[in-house]
Design a binder for this molecule. Structure first.
Ligand SMILES: [Zn+2]
Length: 131
């Protein structure tokens, strides 16, 4: 395995984790909550998520898409967004090489993240206006 392969794998992992962060931001920012505290938890039962829960995509598969404590459905959009972010990085690197692929991948993820959080804010505002 070459150094380039290792660095590429690391960057894809960073992409997956960035997707996980976008999920958190899209959930919390529209509610006016902090993206730092409290630690990630189930909205239904309050259980703090552990390492397995937080694994991008794999955590969803391992938990069958449900909270390990209360069984509340996580929803397919969380792992889907994580996958898309990881795939954006992988595709960029495969297409353009490590450089500038990594930068293009990060830019794609940042743009996607901004769009997803923006849509979540707009959706929340629309729901509030209707209520
Ligand atoms: Zn729960």
């Amino acid at each position: 395995m070459t150094v380039t392969t290792l660095v590429s794998a690391y960057l894809v992992l960073v992409g997956l984790l960035a997707g996980s962060f976008v999920n958190l931001a899209a959930d919390r920012v529209p509610r006016g909550e902090s993206i730092m505290r409290p630690r990630s938890h189930c909205r239904a039962c309050g259980r703090v998520l552990n390492l397995v829960d937080l694994l991008p995509v794999a955590g969803y598969v391992i938990r069958y898409g449900r909270c390990a404590s209360c069984g509340t459905s996580i929803g397919i959009y969380s792992p889907l967004l994580e996958f898309v972010c990881g795939a954006s990085m992988l595709t960029s690197i495969l297409w353009l090489g490590l450089w500038p692929g990594a930068i293009v991948g990060l830019a794609l993820i940042a743009g996607l993240g901004a769009a997803v959080v923006g849509l979540a804010i707009a959706r929340r505002s629309a729901l509030r206006a209707r209520a």
